[in-house]
Design a protein around this ligand. Structure first.
Ligand SMILES: Cc1cc2nc3c(=O)[nH]c(=O)nc-3n(C[C@H](O)[C@H](O)[C@H](O)COP(=O)(O)OP(=O)(O)OC[C@H]3O[C@@H](n4cnc5c(N)ncnc54)[C@H](O)[C@@H]3O)c2cc1C
Length: 466
């Protein structure tokens, strides 16, 4: 494992010369804020030595050159909502905070694109598009706090990915600063392009290990005027999950298909101070359908109701804002039960999601921790929120290890992967080494060494130097 140099007074002076004294933070209370993200995994947290807030791409580039010169690691950070310890400075050093780069540069209605700096909040992008009758389709549940650069770096998914794809599908081009400080523009505002390697897509989803994304040109699409959200309630988990592949096959082209088990229904309803149908014993599927034509919506609703009934839904009601509030509060709601938790982000083929949820929920009942399950079910992406409750640290670590070994082996057997949207970060690093094909891992490391010879950008994430 590589050893980095500490951040000396000389490094601090060099950083101040680039961004100005005000934007170089070394106070202990400020540094303390940036030791963690939303991952609730204190054993991984590390306090940075300095936090720097650049104002523009040129400053980001100069910071990377300083980091290379002094051999100091840099962790890019947007809003810090990562649940994979992605924004934790694993080797201390510099945290590079993107929040000052928060301007929408252009919204082109005719061309249907928006060019933004990487520090713009996702919800501001969504709202700006909406005001013009357009849709920015990236929609992670954290959209009111996360920044677009963080979404691009993690290839965030969310509530609209069934129909529109994940963040990488919403992008025409990016500007990025490579680990050496070089500025590159990758991709183009084109419908198609077969001109060389697709390097924008390589950097998107690389979790800040291959480059710092500083700008992006995002695709916008017409906003469908007709929309209906349906809550299908089931009192049987097997039936609720079996609905998902049937819905996809029915040709309804839903925007969202979200699943919540009864643990989440109860905790998120309590947290939101709302009582929804079958609070005591219901599992939920929330399905959104959007169309450009009223008749088409009516037609799809009829078909949707028929599929839900066929699958044994106990209740089928319109899902209003209260339902989405409960859905969005799921993760937060579990924090009242435990401050130590881990969030699994497994992904399997959509045809296997029902079996996968049923098998892993059953398996999780053999352990002392509490497990809550929800899924972006239409994407085959399930989240297990595993809470440490009334257990010793030793039992927590031992049982978690045992559960993960079984769950990961099973998921890979189904053709799945460790992460559908949250990324590997620091938290899943050793599992990435264990479960990834060695040839694929070797190719990733070869690419990393080529663009980041000093392994200075976000070390300790995704892949390990060896
Ligand atoms: C309540 C809650 C709900 C969530 N719901 C979803 C969801 O529905 N879908 C989903 O995908 N995720 C979800 N997440 C996880 C998280 O919000 C996403 O991963 C999000 O994309 C992170 O954005 P951020 O701005 O907070 O980035 P950060 O957490 O700051 O960073 C995330 C990663 O990206 C890197 N990074 C940040 N900015 C840049 C940049 N400009 N250039 C290069 N690298 C960079 C960081 O080093 C880190 O590795 C949720 C989290 C919470 C707490």
């Amino acid at each position: 494992m590589k050893e980095y140099n500490p951040v000396t007074a000389e490094v601090i002076d060099a950083l101040k010369a680039v961004v100005g004294d005000k934007y170089v933070k070394t106070d202990a209370d400020v540094l303390d804020v940036y030791k963690s993200d939303e991952s609730l995994a204190p054993s991984f947290w590390k306090t940075p030595e300095v936090v720097v807030l650049p104002a523009n791409t040129q400053e980001v580039s100069e910071i990377m050159k300083i980091a290379n010169r002094f051999d100091v690691p840099v962790t890019p950070r947007s809003a810090g909502t990562s649940v994979s310890c992605g924004a934790v400075p694993a080797y201390k050093g510099i945290v590079l905070l993107m929040e000052r780069m928060n301007h929408i540069i252009e919204l082109n209605e005719d061309g249907m694109y928006m060019t933004v700096e990487a520090g713009v909040r996702t919800i501001d992008i969504q709202n700006a598009a909406h005001e013009k009758g357009l849709l920015y389709a990236g929609d992670p549940c954290s959209s009111d706090s996360c920044l677009i650069g963080g979404n691009l770096a993690t290839n965030a998914g969310g509530n609209k990915a069934v129909r529109y794809g994940t963040t990488r599908h919403q992008v025409y081009s990016i500007e990025a600063v490579l680990p050496t400080g070089k500025i590159v523009n990758l991709g183009a505002t084109l419908k198609k392009c077969s001109t060389g390697f697709c390097l924008d897509q390589l950097i998107i989803g690389s979790e800040g290990t291959l480059g710092i994304i500083t700008k992006a040109t995002l695709k916008l699409v017409p906003l469908p005027p007709y929309k209906l959200d349906v809550l299908a309630v089931f009192t049987d988990l097997a039936k609720a999950t079996a609905l998902v592949p049937k819905l996809i096959k029915a040709g309804l082209n839903p925007t969202s298909v979200e699943f919540m088990d009864n643990n989440f229904v109860r905790s998120a309803s309590d947290y939101s101070d709302l009582k929804l149908p079958h609070y005591e014993d219901g599992c939920y599927d929330i399905i959104s359908i959007e169309t450009f034509n009223e008749d088409e919506l009516d037609d799809k609703m009829e078909k949707l109701a028929a599929v839900c009934e066929e699958c044994g839904a106990t209740d089928i009601v319109e899902a209003d804002d209260r339902v989405w509030k409960v859905r969005r509060n799921c993760l937060e709601s579990t924090r009242v039960f435990s401050k130590v938790a881990t969030s699994e982000d497994l992904v399997v083929p959509v045809t296997k999601i029902a079996d996968c949820i049923q098998t892993l929920v059953k398996e999780s009942q053999n352990y002392d921790f509490r497990v809550f399950c929800l899924a972006h079910a239409g994407d085959g992406n399930l989240h297990f929120q595993i809470l440490k409750c009334d257990m010793s640290d030793e039992d927590w670590e031992k049982q978690l290890k045992e559960f993960r070994a079984k769950a990961y082996k099973y998921v890979y057997g189904l053709g799945g992967r460790l992460s559908g949207e949250h990324g590997i970060g620091l938290k899943r690093l050793k599992y990435m080494e264990e479960y990834t094909d060695p040839a694929e891992l070797d190719l990733m490391k070869t690419i990393k060494r080529a663009v980041d010879p000093k392994w200075i950008l976000n070390p300790g994430k995704v892949i390990e130097e060896n």
